[in-house]
Design a protein around this ligand. Structure first.
Ligand code: SF4
Length: 330
C-alpha cells in the first residue's frame, strides 16, 4: 500500500443472517448491508460517504473499525508505514489498533451516558487504553474540552446540562482522547439544529488541520458533505456506485443515481436554481435481503437497459480516479 494511503478496503461484505425457528434456528437468508465494496482513503483527507438511509453506509463505518466483524473482504490500515490487516487481527493487537481509529456518533443525545460526568465520558477511553489515570487524566480531559471549544471547568457536569451542539463537542473530545489518526464521523450533524451544524463542521475541519486527522464522513445527503469532503463516494443498496473528487462529482456526476441525488440539492444561485430539474426516482429501494439481479439500481434507474437486468456492472476507474459502476460507461 502506497504510503499516502491510510486505509484500504477491498471486497468488504457485511451480511446479517436471517433465521427462522424458535428452538432450532435455521439460516434462511442474509441482509446484505454491505455487499462487496472497494475504496481507499488518503492520509489527511476526508472521504464523504453518502446514500439514503439503510444503504449500508453506517455499517461500512462500523465494519472498517471492526465493531462488526465483516463477513468477507479485507480492511488494511497503514500504521506508521506498516500495513496492518484489521480483518485478520483480534485480541490485544486489535485493541491497540483501535486507539488509532475512533468514531463520532450521530445522536449526541443517545450516545453519551446520562449518568456519567463529562469528565468520565471523555476520560473513559484514557483508562480503557491505559493512557492516563488520576490527575493526569483530569488534566488531559480539561485540555480536550478546551480543544473542542468548551469550558474546561465543565468536567463535573452531566450531559443533560448541555445543548445538542455542546454534546456533540463532548463526543468529539471523547474520540480525540486517545490521539487517533482516523475518525469515522457517522452523520455527526444530522441530529443537530441547522444553525449549529456549520459550527461542528468547522470544528472538525480545524481539528483535522491541527492534528492531521483523516475522516470518513458519513451523511445522507450530498449538500452536507460538499463543504468538508475531498472526495465523495455514493452508496446504494450495499454497494458504492460512484466515487470521485468533490469538484468532479458535483460538476460532472455520471451515475444516474448520483444525478438524481444531486438534482435534489438546492443551488444557492436563484437564476441557476430556477432552472434546476428534479429527477424523481420511481419506487422504493429494494430490500437488501433480496437485491435485484444485475445492477442493483435497475428497478429505479431512468436509463435502465436490457443488460442491466442480467449483468452486474463492474466498479472501475473511467478515467482520472473517477470510479463508477454503470453499463452506460462500459
Ligand atoms: Fe442504470 Fe443500468 Fe447504469 Fe444500473 S447499469 S445505473 S440500471 S444504466
Amino acid at each position: 500500500m502506497s504510503d499516502d494511503i491510510l486505509l484500504r478496503v477491498q471486497g468488504l461484505k457485511m451480511y446479517f443472517p436471517i433465521t427462522k425457528g424458535i428452538i432450532i434456528q435455521r439460516h434462511v437468508g442474509d441482509i446484505k448491508a454491505v455487499d462487496g465494496i472497494d475504496f481507499f482513503i488518503r492520509r489527511g483527507e476526508t472521504l464523504g460517504l453518502v446514500g439514503e438511509s439503510g444503504c449500508g453506509k453506517s455499517t461500512t463505518g462500523r465494519a472498517i473499525l471492526q465493531l462488526y466483524r465483516p463477513t468477507a473482504g479485507h480492511v488494511y490500515f497503514n500504521d506508521n508505514g506498516q500495513e496492518v490487516e484489521l480483518t485478520a487481527i483480534k485480541g490485544e493487537r486489535l485493541r491497540l489498533m483501535r486507539r488509532k481509529m475512533q468514531m463520532i456518533f450521530q445522536d449526541p443525545y443517545a450516545s453519551l451516558n446520562p449518568r456519567m460526568t463529562v469528565g468520565n465520558i471523555i476520560g473513559e477511553p484514557l483508562e480503557v487504553h491505559n493512557i492516563s489515570r488520576g490527575r493526569a487524566r483530569r488534566e488531559r480531559v480539561q485540555e480536550l474540552l478546551q480543544v473542542v471549544g468548551l469550558n474546561p471547568y465543565f468536567v463535573n457536569r452531566y450531559p443533560h446540562e448541555f445543548s445538542g451542539g455542546q454534546r456533540q463537542r463532548i463526543g468529539v473530545a471523547r474520540a480525540l482522547a486517545v490521539n487517533p489518526s482516523f475518525i469515522v464521523c457517522d452523520e455527526p450533524i444530522s441530529a443537530l439544529d441547522v444553525s449549529i451544524q456549520a459550527q461542528i463542521i468547522n470544528l472538525l475541519e480545524e481539528l483535522q488541520a491541527k492534528f492531521g486527522l483523516t475522516y470518513l464522513f458519513i451523511a445522507h445527503d450530498l449538500s452536507v458533505v460538499r463543504h468538508i469532503s475531498d472526495r465523495v463516494a455514493v452508496m446504494y443498496l450495499g454497494k458504492i456506485v460512484e466515487l470521485t473528487n468533490r469538484a468532479e462529482l458535483y460538476e460532472n456526476p455520471l451515475h444516474p443515481y448520483t444525478q438524481a441525488l444531486l438534482s435534489a440539492v438546492p443551488i444557492p444561485d436563484p437564476v441557476v436554481e430556477e432552472k434546476r430539474q428534479r429527477i424523481i426516482l420511481e419506487g422504493d429501494v429494494p430490500s437488501p435481503a433480496n437485491p435485484p439481479k444485475g445492477c442493483n439500481f435497475n428497478t429505479r434507474c431512468p436509463r435502465v437497459m436490457d443488460i442491466c437486468h442480467e449483468i452486474e456492472p463492474e466498479f472501475k476507474d473511467v478515467g482520472g480516479e473517477h470510479f463508477l459502476a454503470c453499463h452506460l460507461y462500459a
